[in-house]
Ligand binder design. Sequence first.
Ligand code: SF4
Length: 423
Amino acid sequence: MREIAIRMTRRNHNAFVHLLGALESQGFDIGELLITKDLDEILRAKPKVVLYSFFTEEVWDVEKEIALLKEKTNALLVAGGYHATAMPRHTLRMGFDIAVVGEGEEVIFQLLEVLKRSNFRITKELVNIRGLAFYLGDNFVFTGLAKVEDFTKFPPFAESSRLIAPMEISRGCPFGCYYCQTPYAKGFRMRHRPIEQIVKYSRRMKDMRYITPNAFAYGSPGAVLRLDKLEALLKALQPLRKEGRRLFYGTFPSEVRPEFVKPETLELLIKYADNRRLAIGAQSGDDEMLKAMHRLHTTEHVRQAVEYMLEYGIEPVVDFIVGLPNESEESQRKSIEFMKWVMRKGGKVRAHYFMPLPGTPWARCKPSPLSEEMKKFLGRMAAKGYIEGSWGVQIELSKKLQKLIEEFYEESPSYVGSLKQLC
Ligand code: SF4
Protein backbone atom coordinates (compact mmCIF):
# COMPACT_ATOMS: atom_id res chain seq x y z
CA MET A 1 0.00 0.00 0.00
CA ARG A 2 1.28 3.44 -0.86
CA GLU A 3 1.01 5.79 2.07
CA ILE A 4 1.70 9.06 0.28
CA ALA A 5 -0.33 10.27 -2.70
CA ILE A 6 0.23 13.19 -5.02
CA ARG A 7 -2.91 14.74 -6.48
CA MET A 8 -1.68 15.75 -9.90
CA THR A 9 -3.74 18.02 -12.13
CA ARG A 10 -3.17 19.70 -15.46
CA ARG A 11 -2.27 22.93 -13.66
CA ASN A 12 0.08 21.54 -11.01
CA HIS A 13 1.78 19.00 -13.28
CA ASN A 14 4.92 21.12 -13.82
CA ALA A 15 5.30 21.94 -10.12
CA PHE A 16 5.06 18.31 -9.04
CA VAL A 17 7.37 17.06 -11.78
CA HIS A 18 10.02 19.43 -10.47
CA LEU A 19 9.31 18.46 -6.88
CA LEU A 20 9.77 14.79 -7.72
CA GLY A 21 13.24 15.62 -9.02
CA ALA A 22 14.02 17.47 -5.81
CA LEU A 23 12.67 14.72 -3.56
CA GLU A 24 14.59 11.99 -5.34
CA SER A 25 17.85 13.93 -5.34
CA GLN A 26 17.61 14.29 -1.56
CA GLY A 27 17.31 10.52 -1.16
CA PHE A 28 13.55 10.02 -1.15
CA ASP A 29 12.33 6.89 -2.92
CA ILE A 30 9.66 8.30 -5.21
CA GLY A 31 8.59 4.75 -6.05
CA GLU A 32 6.77 4.92 -2.71
CA LEU A 33 4.43 7.59 -4.03
CA LEU A 34 1.04 7.18 -5.63
CA ILE A 35 1.12 9.85 -8.35
CA THR A 36 -2.18 10.28 -10.12
CA LYS A 37 -4.54 12.68 -11.84
CA ASP A 38 -7.44 10.43 -10.84
CA LEU A 39 -9.01 11.47 -7.55
CA ASP A 40 -10.98 8.22 -7.35
CA GLU A 41 -7.73 6.29 -7.34
CA ILE A 42 -6.63 8.27 -4.30
CA LEU A 43 -9.97 7.73 -2.59
CA ARG A 44 -9.69 3.98 -3.20
CA ALA A 45 -6.07 3.78 -2.08
CA LYS A 46 -6.79 5.50 1.24
CA PRO A 47 -3.27 6.89 1.67
CA LYS A 48 -2.04 8.42 4.91
CA VAL A 49 -1.04 11.70 3.28
CA VAL A 50 -2.25 13.51 0.15
CA LEU A 51 -0.16 16.31 -1.35
CA TYR A 52 -1.84 19.17 -3.22
CA SER A 53 -0.56 22.21 -5.07
CA PHE A 54 -2.94 24.83 -6.44
CA PHE A 55 -3.61 28.45 -7.34
CA THR A 56 -6.13 30.73 -5.64
CA GLU A 57 -8.32 30.55 -8.76
CA GLU A 58 -8.81 26.83 -8.01
CA VAL A 59 -9.84 27.16 -4.36
CA TRP A 60 -13.52 26.34 -4.95
CA ASP A 61 -12.83 23.10 -6.86
CA VAL A 62 -10.17 22.02 -4.42
CA GLU A 63 -12.54 22.59 -1.47
CA LYS A 64 -14.95 20.05 -2.95
CA GLU A 65 -12.20 17.46 -3.26
CA ILE A 66 -11.04 18.10 0.28
CA ALA A 67 -14.54 17.49 1.61
CA LEU A 68 -14.62 14.15 -0.23
CA LEU A 69 -11.20 13.12 1.02
CA LYS A 70 -12.19 14.01 4.59
CA GLU A 71 -15.36 11.97 4.29
CA LYS A 72 -13.80 8.88 2.74
CA THR A 73 -10.24 8.75 4.12
CA ASN A 74 -8.28 9.68 7.22
CA ALA A 75 -5.46 11.15 5.17
CA LEU A 76 -3.44 14.09 6.38
CA LEU A 77 -3.90 16.79 3.75
CA VAL A 78 -0.93 18.93 2.77
CA ALA A 79 -1.07 21.90 0.38
CA GLY A 80 1.67 23.88 -1.30
CA GLY A 81 1.73 26.31 -4.21
CA TYR A 82 0.86 29.97 -4.60
CA HIS A 83 -2.35 29.93 -2.55
CA ALA A 84 -0.84 28.11 0.42
CA THR A 85 2.10 30.52 0.32
CA ALA A 86 0.00 33.68 0.18
CA MET A 87 -2.91 32.58 2.39
CA PRO A 88 -1.73 29.81 4.74
CA ARG A 89 -4.45 30.43 7.33
CA HIS A 90 -7.14 30.23 4.69
CA THR A 91 -5.56 27.07 3.32
CA LEU A 92 -5.96 25.41 6.73
CA ARG A 93 -9.50 26.73 6.93
CA MET A 94 -10.26 24.97 3.65
CA GLY A 95 -9.59 21.69 5.46
CA PHE A 96 -5.89 21.16 4.86
CA ASP A 97 -3.86 20.02 7.87
CA ILE A 98 -0.57 21.55 6.77
CA ALA A 99 0.26 24.43 4.41
CA VAL A 100 3.70 24.52 2.80
CA VAL A 101 4.67 28.19 2.64
CA GLY A 102 7.25 29.24 0.07
CA GLU A 103 9.54 27.29 -2.23
CA GLY A 104 8.86 23.64 -1.59
CA GLU A 105 11.90 21.58 -2.59
CA GLU A 106 13.50 21.26 0.84
CA VAL A 107 10.40 21.62 3.00
CA ILE A 108 8.51 18.80 1.37
CA PHE A 109 11.41 16.39 1.77
CA GLN A 110 11.86 17.27 5.44
CA LEU A 111 8.13 17.16 6.06
CA LEU A 112 7.65 13.70 4.54
CA GLU A 113 10.61 12.33 6.49
CA VAL A 114 9.23 13.62 9.79
CA LEU A 115 5.70 12.49 9.01
CA LYS A 116 6.88 8.96 8.23
CA ARG A 117 8.67 8.84 11.59
CA SER A 118 5.64 10.13 13.48
CA ASN A 119 3.22 7.75 11.78
CA PHE A 120 1.73 10.63 9.83
CA ARG A 121 0.67 12.73 12.79
CA ILE A 122 1.25 16.40 13.44
CA THR A 123 3.83 16.62 16.21
CA LYS A 124 6.07 19.25 17.79
CA GLU A 125 8.88 18.09 15.53
CA LEU A 126 7.31 20.01 12.64
CA VAL A 127 8.08 23.30 14.39
CA ASN A 128 11.70 22.85 13.34
CA ILE A 129 10.93 22.78 9.62
CA ARG A 130 10.92 26.20 7.99
CA GLY A 131 8.06 26.80 5.57
CA LEU A 132 5.07 25.24 7.33
CA ALA A 133 1.78 26.46 8.78
CA PHE A 134 -0.40 24.13 10.87
CA TYR A 135 -2.30 23.86 14.13
CA LEU A 136 -0.62 22.22 17.09
CA GLY A 137 -3.64 21.62 19.29
CA ASP A 138 -5.42 24.97 19.19
CA ASN A 139 -2.31 26.98 18.43
CA PHE A 140 -1.57 28.25 14.95
CA VAL A 141 2.07 27.67 14.12
CA PHE A 142 3.90 29.36 11.24
CA THR A 143 7.57 28.47 10.91
CA GLY A 144 8.52 31.18 8.35
CA LEU A 145 8.70 31.46 4.59
CA ALA A 146 10.79 28.73 2.93
CA LYS A 147 13.38 30.14 0.56
CA VAL A 148 15.54 28.13 -1.78
CA GLU A 149 18.56 30.22 -2.64
CA ASP A 150 19.92 27.74 -5.15
CA PHE A 151 17.08 25.85 -6.80
CA THR A 152 19.53 24.43 -9.34
CA LYS A 153 20.96 21.98 -6.83
CA PHE A 154 17.80 20.02 -7.57
CA PRO A 155 17.37 18.44 -10.99
CA PRO A 156 14.23 19.42 -12.89
CA PHE A 157 13.07 15.83 -13.34
CA ALA A 158 13.43 12.64 -11.34
CA GLU A 159 15.79 10.04 -12.82
CA SER A 160 13.51 7.14 -11.99
CA SER A 161 10.31 8.70 -13.35
CA ARG A 162 9.22 9.18 -16.93
CA LEU A 163 7.31 12.32 -16.02
CA ILE A 164 8.67 15.46 -17.62
CA ALA A 165 7.45 19.04 -18.03
CA PRO A 166 8.71 22.31 -19.47
CA MET A 167 11.89 22.94 -17.50
CA GLU A 168 12.20 25.80 -15.03
CA ILE A 169 15.45 27.45 -16.12
CA SER A 170 15.16 30.73 -14.19
CA ARG A 171 13.45 31.74 -10.97
CA GLY A 172 12.66 35.13 -9.41
CA CYS A 173 12.09 38.49 -11.07
CA PRO A 174 13.36 41.97 -10.20
CA PHE A 175 10.48 43.91 -11.73
CA GLY A 176 7.84 43.58 -9.04
CA CYS A 177 4.73 44.28 -11.11
CA TYR A 178 2.01 44.93 -8.55
CA TYR A 179 -0.40 42.27 -9.86
CA CYS A 180 2.12 39.40 -10.12
CA GLN A 181 2.93 36.81 -7.44
CA THR A 182 6.30 35.71 -8.81
CA PRO A 183 8.76 38.19 -7.22
CA TYR A 184 6.98 38.23 -3.86
CA ALA A 185 6.90 34.42 -3.58
CA LYS A 186 10.17 33.61 -5.36
CA GLY A 187 12.37 36.64 -4.81
CA PHE A 188 13.51 39.69 -6.74
CA ARG A 189 16.85 38.21 -7.79
CA MET A 190 16.76 36.05 -10.88
CA ARG A 191 18.66 32.75 -10.51
CA HIS A 192 19.41 30.47 -13.42
CA ARG A 193 20.00 26.79 -14.02
CA PRO A 194 23.49 26.18 -15.39
CA ILE A 195 23.73 25.46 -19.10
CA GLU A 196 25.13 21.91 -18.70
CA GLN A 197 22.16 21.00 -16.52
CA ILE A 198 19.67 22.48 -18.99
CA VAL A 199 21.29 20.56 -21.85
CA LYS A 200 21.43 17.33 -19.87
CA TYR A 201 17.74 17.35 -19.00
CA SER A 202 16.58 18.82 -22.32
CA ARG A 203 17.65 15.47 -23.83
CA ARG A 204 14.56 14.01 -22.24
CA MET A 205 12.25 16.39 -24.07
CA LYS A 206 10.82 16.05 -27.57
CA ASP A 207 9.96 19.72 -27.88
CA MET A 208 12.28 21.78 -25.71
CA ARG A 209 10.20 24.28 -23.72
CA TYR A 210 11.16 26.27 -20.66
CA ILE A 211 9.68 28.12 -17.72
CA THR A 212 11.14 31.53 -16.95
CA PRO A 213 9.67 34.93 -16.09
CA ASN A 214 11.64 36.52 -18.95
CA ALA A 215 13.36 34.17 -21.39
CA PHE A 216 15.73 36.80 -22.82
CA ALA A 217 17.06 37.62 -19.32
CA TYR A 218 18.77 34.23 -19.05
CA GLY A 219 22.08 34.56 -17.21
CA SER A 220 21.45 38.04 -15.82
CA PRO A 221 20.29 39.22 -12.38
CA GLY A 222 17.10 39.99 -14.25
CA ALA A 223 16.94 43.62 -15.29
CA VAL A 224 19.75 43.66 -17.85
CA LEU A 225 20.44 41.69 -20.96
CA ARG A 226 23.35 39.23 -20.92
CA LEU A 227 23.54 38.46 -24.61
CA ASP A 228 26.68 36.35 -24.14
CA LYS A 229 24.97 34.05 -21.65
CA LEU A 230 21.77 33.88 -23.67
CA GLU A 231 23.70 32.93 -26.77
CA ALA A 232 25.79 30.39 -24.88
CA LEU A 233 22.60 28.65 -23.73
CA LEU A 234 20.93 28.64 -27.13
CA LYS A 235 24.12 27.48 -28.81
CA ALA A 236 24.57 24.65 -26.33
CA LEU A 237 21.10 23.35 -27.23
CA GLN A 238 21.88 23.10 -30.96
CA PRO A 239 23.19 19.51 -30.95
CA LEU A 240 19.85 18.49 -29.46
CA ARG A 241 18.01 20.31 -32.24
CA LYS A 242 20.12 18.44 -34.77
CA GLU A 243 18.93 15.20 -33.21
CA GLY A 244 15.36 16.22 -34.11
CA ARG A 245 14.10 18.11 -31.09
CA ARG A 246 12.47 21.49 -31.66
CA LEU A 247 13.51 24.44 -29.50
CA PHE A 248 10.77 26.85 -28.36
CA TYR A 249 12.16 29.89 -26.62
CA GLY A 250 10.32 32.98 -25.34
CA THR A 251 6.95 31.48 -26.15
CA PHE A 252 4.55 29.15 -24.32
CA PRO A 253 4.84 28.54 -21.41
CA SER A 254 7.12 31.55 -20.97
CA GLU A 255 7.39 35.01 -22.45
CA VAL A 256 9.78 37.95 -22.69
CA ARG A 257 9.63 41.52 -21.49
CA PRO A 258 9.18 44.03 -24.34
CA GLU A 259 12.36 46.01 -23.69
CA PHE A 260 14.40 42.82 -24.14
CA VAL A 261 13.13 42.42 -27.70
CA LYS A 262 15.91 43.95 -29.78
CA PRO A 263 17.57 43.11 -33.10
CA GLU A 264 20.34 41.30 -31.17
CA THR A 265 17.97 39.03 -29.26
CA LEU A 266 15.79 38.38 -32.32
CA GLU A 267 18.82 37.42 -34.35
CA LEU A 268 19.64 34.78 -31.75
CA LEU A 269 16.10 33.51 -31.85
CA ILE A 270 16.09 33.21 -35.64
CA LYS A 271 19.45 31.51 -35.65
CA TYR A 272 18.94 29.07 -32.80
CA ALA A 273 15.22 28.48 -32.10
CA ASP A 274 12.29 26.99 -33.99
CA ASN A 275 9.48 29.28 -32.89
CA ARG A 276 8.47 32.14 -35.14
CA ARG A 277 6.21 33.77 -32.59
CA LEU A 278 7.14 35.49 -29.39
CA ALA A 279 4.94 36.39 -26.42
CA ILE A 280 5.37 39.77 -24.75
CA GLY A 281 3.44 41.53 -22.00
CA ALA A 282 2.14 44.99 -22.98
CA GLN A 283 -0.58 44.96 -20.29
CA SER A 284 -1.92 48.44 -21.11
CA GLY A 285 -1.96 51.03 -23.88
CA ASP A 286 -1.80 53.81 -21.31
CA ASP A 287 1.58 54.85 -19.92
CA GLU A 288 -0.05 56.13 -16.73
CA MET A 289 -1.47 52.67 -16.06
CA LEU A 290 1.90 51.05 -16.78
CA LYS A 291 3.43 53.35 -14.19
CA ALA A 292 0.64 52.62 -11.71
CA MET A 293 1.20 48.87 -11.99
CA HIS A 294 4.98 49.23 -11.71
CA ARG A 295 5.70 47.63 -15.08
CA LEU A 296 8.82 49.75 -15.53
CA HIS A 297 8.46 49.93 -19.29
CA THR A 298 6.42 52.20 -21.53
CA THR A 299 4.07 51.71 -24.46
CA GLU A 300 6.95 52.87 -26.66
CA HIS A 301 8.98 49.81 -25.61
CA VAL A 302 6.08 47.60 -26.68
CA ARG A 303 5.65 49.45 -29.98
CA GLN A 304 9.34 49.10 -30.71
CA ALA A 305 9.33 45.41 -29.77
CA VAL A 306 6.41 44.71 -32.13
CA GLU A 307 8.14 46.58 -34.98
CA TYR A 308 11.37 44.66 -34.45
CA MET A 309 9.57 41.32 -34.37
CA LEU A 310 7.79 42.06 -37.64
CA GLU A 311 11.05 43.11 -39.24
CA TYR A 312 12.49 39.73 -38.32
CA GLY A 313 9.43 37.77 -39.42
CA ILE A 314 8.38 36.87 -35.89
CA GLU A 315 4.68 36.98 -35.05
CA PRO A 316 4.08 39.15 -31.96
CA VAL A 317 1.67 37.74 -29.39
CA VAL A 318 0.87 40.64 -27.11
CA ASP A 319 -0.81 40.29 -23.71
CA PHE A 320 -3.10 42.96 -22.29
CA ILE A 321 -4.86 43.16 -18.93
CA VAL A 322 -8.21 44.94 -18.99
CA GLY A 323 -10.23 46.14 -16.00
CA LEU A 324 -7.11 47.24 -14.12
CA PRO A 325 -7.64 49.00 -10.78
CA ASN A 326 -8.53 52.68 -11.29
CA GLU A 327 -8.56 52.24 -15.04
CA SER A 328 -10.67 55.00 -16.55
CA GLU A 329 -12.67 54.81 -19.77
CA GLU A 330 -9.98 56.95 -21.33
CA SER A 331 -7.27 54.42 -20.29
CA GLN A 332 -9.35 51.62 -21.75
CA ARG A 333 -9.73 53.61 -24.96
CA LYS A 334 -5.94 53.87 -25.16
CA SER A 335 -5.66 50.09 -24.73
CA ILE A 336 -8.24 49.56 -27.49
CA GLU A 337 -6.28 51.81 -29.82
CA PHE A 338 -3.08 49.97 -28.99
CA MET A 339 -4.64 46.55 -29.51
CA LYS A 340 -5.99 47.73 -32.88
CA TRP A 341 -2.51 48.89 -33.84
CA VAL A 342 -1.01 45.48 -32.91
CA MET A 343 -3.63 43.68 -34.97
CA ARG A 344 -3.28 46.00 -37.94
CA LYS A 345 0.41 45.22 -37.90
CA GLY A 346 -0.34 41.50 -38.03
CA GLY A 347 0.21 40.63 -34.37
CA LYS A 348 -2.06 38.58 -32.08
CA VAL A 349 -3.64 40.06 -28.98
CA ARG A 350 -4.44 38.11 -25.84
CA ALA A 351 -6.79 39.85 -23.43
CA HIS A 352 -7.08 39.02 -19.75
CA TYR A 353 -9.29 40.59 -17.10
CA PHE A 354 -7.54 41.84 -13.97
CA MET A 355 -7.59 39.31 -11.17
CA PRO A 356 -6.51 40.34 -7.68
CA LEU A 357 -4.08 37.74 -6.39
CA PRO A 358 -3.10 37.25 -2.75
CA GLY A 359 0.51 37.95 -1.95
CA THR A 360 0.72 40.90 -4.37
CA PRO A 361 0.59 44.64 -3.64
CA TRP A 362 -2.65 44.79 -5.66
CA ALA A 363 -4.34 41.93 -3.77
CA ARG A 364 -7.00 44.21 -2.32
CA CYS A 365 -7.55 46.34 -5.39
CA LYS A 366 -10.87 46.34 -7.14
CA PRO A 367 -11.02 45.56 -10.85
CA SER A 368 -12.56 48.35 -12.94
CA PRO A 369 -15.68 47.62 -14.95
CA LEU A 370 -15.20 47.35 -18.68
CA SER A 371 -16.53 50.27 -20.68
CA GLU A 372 -19.25 49.53 -23.22
CA GLU A 373 -16.74 50.35 -25.92
CA MET A 374 -14.24 47.82 -24.55
CA LYS A 375 -16.88 45.09 -24.19
CA LYS A 376 -18.06 45.57 -27.77
CA PHE A 377 -14.54 45.74 -29.11
CA LEU A 378 -13.36 42.56 -27.38
CA GLY A 379 -16.53 40.70 -28.39
CA ARG A 380 -16.22 41.74 -32.02
CA MET A 381 -12.53 40.92 -32.27
CA ALA A 382 -12.90 37.57 -30.54
CA ALA A 383 -15.72 36.57 -32.90
CA LYS A 384 -13.43 37.28 -35.82
CA GLY A 385 -10.64 35.29 -34.17
CA TYR A 386 -8.30 38.29 -33.84
CA ILE A 387 -8.20 38.31 -30.05
CA GLU A 388 -7.60 35.33 -27.81
CA GLY A 389 -7.88 35.16 -24.06
CA SER A 390 -10.35 34.37 -21.35
CA TRP A 391 -11.38 37.81 -20.10
CA GLY A 392 -15.04 36.71 -20.17
CA VAL A 393 -14.75 33.93 -17.58
CA GLN A 394 -12.13 35.92 -15.71
CA ILE A 395 -14.65 38.70 -14.91
CA GLU A 396 -16.67 36.31 -12.76
CA LEU A 397 -13.58 34.70 -11.29
CA SER A 398 -12.14 38.10 -10.45
CA LYS A 399 -15.26 38.95 -8.40
CA LYS A 400 -14.97 35.69 -6.51
CA LEU A 401 -11.29 36.27 -5.80
CA GLN A 402 -11.94 39.75 -4.54
CA LYS A 403 -14.62 38.50 -2.17
CA LEU A 404 -12.41 35.69 -0.91
CA ILE A 405 -9.41 37.94 -0.28
CA GLU A 406 -11.56 40.49 1.58
CA GLU A 407 -13.32 37.91 3.68
CA PHE A 408 -10.23 35.97 4.70
CA TYR A 409 -7.59 38.66 4.38
CA GLU A 410 -4.24 37.81 5.93
CA GLU A 411 -0.88 39.43 5.54
CA SER A 412 1.04 37.22 3.13
CA PRO A 413 4.51 35.95 3.93
CA SER A 414 6.79 37.37 1.27
CA TYR A 415 10.38 37.27 0.06
CA VAL A 416 10.63 41.00 0.61
CA GLY A 417 9.25 41.23 4.12
CA SER A 418 6.06 43.09 4.75
CA LEU A 419 4.09 43.70 1.57
CA LYS A 420 2.67 47.16 1.08
CA GLN A 421 -0.94 46.89 -0.03
CA LEU A 422 -1.49 49.65 -2.54
CA CYS A 423 -5.28 49.93 -2.51
S1 SF4 B 1 4.71 40.11 -14.59
FE1 SF4 B 1 6.64 39.30 -15.39
S2 SF4 B 1 8.03 41.04 -15.27
FE2 SF4 B 1 6.31 41.53 -13.93
S3 SF4 B 1 6.95 40.81 -11.92
FE3 SF4 B 1 5.79 39.15 -12.86
S4 SF4 B 1 7.33 37.86 -13.80
FE4 SF4 B 1 8.29 39.84 -13.40
